[in-house]
Design a protein around this ligand. Structure first.
Ligand code: SAH
Ligand code: AVI
Length: 321
């Protein structure tokens, strides 16, 4: 399979349908899951290295300090299923701390990110059973058939990727995670509320990497859906919506213009926006309530010394013990 292709379980026709649906609304939107073609996955890796983008290094510091405690709380002989695994960087710390991991299942929509991560992990963990799945966690999540009946599964979902989903979709995803395995624990990273300027800087970095990441979405639509977006006529913007506790990333049309996508014309006013991503920021209490709606309770939590990021261990609320 070409490394730029959408993976088998995510078809080009649903990409076109989703794009046209989002851009036909009064308030235009595009689903953020489509950021991650090969270029997008690479740009995200570049974002993670920016000084302004604190989440990656902060979560890594929590993992460095507490991975052993996390592993002790999870227990031995577990299959580690990771959602939105990307480069699997943080996972290496978890896998090193886990006792006899039965298998590692990186699950991601980006085939290129999966390929690169698996090649690296195979070198660093030669005896580990690695079973990658290229798929969309917005649909039902399935383990590879050989592992489907395995009892001890822990789902790892770092990066605060859950924050890119609205409340309803976040609960639906947590419910899908519950269905992967009835007794499955969930180790999840969430970005916490903080000073708004720190948040704004993280999504409006001075080198313009986030802008390139955002604009890459319409570049991808040009490449894969026969569209004619003029990248010079759209500008990146990230604002903080205090009431909704979220960063909102937008592409702002610089002029009145029309764009053709798969034969369909979409009209833009000057200054009209496409919302490309929400990135929710939580308090532990608010996330706890959200998790409870999906049947999870917080068993343990770890935060960095500035209280900027948290990693929570969630267990099914109805579990015995
Ligand atoms: N876990 C890594 C990467 C986070 S970036 C970290 O913490 O740094 C978000 C990752 O989720 C990307 O690799 C992206 O390809 C993946 N992703 C986004 N939406 C997805 C979806 N709907 N289904 C599966 N993977 C998705
Ligand atoms: C993957 N996700 C959690 C990132 C975030 O911070 O919301 C994506 C991102 N968007 C812009 N910068 C990073």
């Amino acid at each position: 399979m070409s490394s730029t292709a959408i993976c088998d379980n995510v078809s080009t026709s649903s990409f076109l349908t989703d794009v046209l649906r989002g851009l036909s609304q009064t308030e235009k939107t595009l689903p953020s899951k489509y950021f991650y073609d090969e270029a997008g996955s690479r740009l995200f890796e570049n974002i993670c290295e920016l000084d302004e983008y604190y989440p990656t290094r902060t979560e890594l510091s929590i993992m460095q300090r507490h991975a052993q405690e996390m592993s002790d709380a999870i227990g031995p002989d577990h299959v580690v299923l990771e959602l939105g695994s990307g480069s699997s960087l943080k996972t290496q710390l978890l896998l090193k701390a886990m006792q006899r991991p039965a298998a590692y299942v990186p699950f991601d929509i980006s085939q290129s990110a999966l390929n690169e991560a698996v090649a690296r992990l195979e070198q660093d963990f030669p005896s580990l059973n690695i079973a990658p799945v290229c798929g969309d966690f917005m649909s039902e999540i399935q383990l590879p058939s050989k592992l489907a009946e395995y009892r001890g599964v822990v789902t790892y979902f770092p990066g605060s990727t859950i924050g890119n989903l609205n409340h309803k979709n976040a609960i639906a995803l947590l419910e899908r995670i519950r269905r992967v395995n009835a007794e499955s624990d969930l180790l999840i990273g969430i970005d916490l509320e903080k000073d708004r300027q720190i948040l704004l800087d993280a999504y409006n970095d001075s080198e313009g990497v986030t802008a390139a990441f955002n604009l890459n979405l319409i570049k991808r639509i040009n490449n894969e859906l026969n569209a004619d977006f003029d990248l010079n006529q759209f500008q990146h913007r990230a604002i903080y919506n205090e009431q909704a506790h979220r960063i909102e990333m937008q592409l702002v049309s610089q002029v009145q213009q029309r764009v053709t996508i798969g034969g369909q014309v979409i009209e833009f006013e000057a200054n009209e926006t496409i919302c490309t991503e929400h990135s929710h920021k939580y308090t532990i209490e608010r996330f706890e309530e959200l998790a409870a709606e999906a049947g999870f309770k917080v068993a343990n939590s770890w935060v960095d010394e500035k209280d900027w990021f948290a990693v929570l261990l969630l267990t099914p609320a109805d579990a015995t013990s």
